[in-house]
Design a protein around this ligand. Structure first.
Ligand SMILES: CC(C)(COP(=O)(O)OP(=O)(O)OC[C@H]1O[C@@H](n2cnc3c(N)ncnc32)[C@H](O)[C@@H]1OP(=O)(O)O)[C@@H](O)C(=O)NCCC(=O)NCCS
Length: 198
């Protein structure tokens, strides 16, 4: 269910670990946040959704020690809730796992760092601090894992996400060099870093 949020409505949002049963809702959220439904690209939409769902299912099933997938859930407004479907809606998600950073200087190649991916908030629930809250939970988790650094990639033309990360204290670590994206005129990926206060 995707209920538009009234400006007056207080946003009571809970952040919890994702469950296997969330895979379908997560695939819907991610595919609508990262892929276009219109035009020719829309033909691939069902394929992306299916691929994302299988990926998420596999990651959730593996239950790795250093992997977390968070979801933000809200209770739909009373008026919109029906007796058949009044369970909380998943309106945001983010994943964090350990990854080597081959783009860092060579002395770091054999170390892994907490890395954020697949951050998305349902369009009708954006700008209510949900992404910020999920990232804060990831920062706490990364520290509990014993790390003091957090990394992520963002596309240089994703101004909204860049504003969010800047506000949360991430800074540019480096811009990735990829000859293919240069030739195709696509946006470059920027590696961002945040030093976590112990
Ligand atoms: C990027 C995204 C996750 C942000 O989620 P969100 O819950 O709306 O973010 P927040 O409400 O926590 O925003 C916190 C801050 O980020 C910045 N920000 C967020 N949305 C913004 C916008 N549309 N324009 C300008 N700044 C924005 C602001 O500084 C904001 O603080 P403020 O509202 O007090 O001004 C969401 O827009 C989204 O899902 N986008 C599509 C998927 C995506 O691009 N993911 C990131 C991949 S790297």
């Amino acid at each position: 269910m995707n209920v538009p949020l009234s400006d007056a409505a207080p946003l009571a949002c809970q952040i919890r670990a994702a469950r296997n049963s969330d895979a379908d809702a997560l695939a819907d959220l991610l595919v609508s946040s990262f892929h276009r439904q219109e035009g020719l690209a829309g033909l691939l939409y069902p394929f992306w959704r299916m691929a994302l769902r299988e990926d998420i299912r596999n990651r959730l099933r593996r239950q790795s020690l250093h992997y977390c997938c968070l979801v933000a859930v809200v209770q739909p407004p009373k008026a919109a809730a029906t007796s058949a479907s009044d369970s909380p809606d998943i309106v945001g998600t983010v994943e964090m796992s350990l990854r080597p950073q081959f783009t860092l200087p060579m002395q770091y190649w054999f170390r892994s760092f907490p890395y954020l991916s697949n951050l998305a908030v349902m369009s009708t629930y954006r700008r209510h601090g949900i992404a910020s809250r999920m990232i804060t939970v990831c920062e706490t988790t990364a520290k509990q894992w014993g790390y003091q650094d957090l990394y992520l990639h963002v596309l240089e033309n994703n101004e909204v996400a860049c504003a969010l990360y800047q506000r949360l204290g991430f800074s540019i670590c480096r811009t990735e060099f990829n000859p293919l994206t240069m030739i195709l005129g696509q946006p470059r990926q920027i590696l961002l870093h945040k030093a976590l206060v112990p």
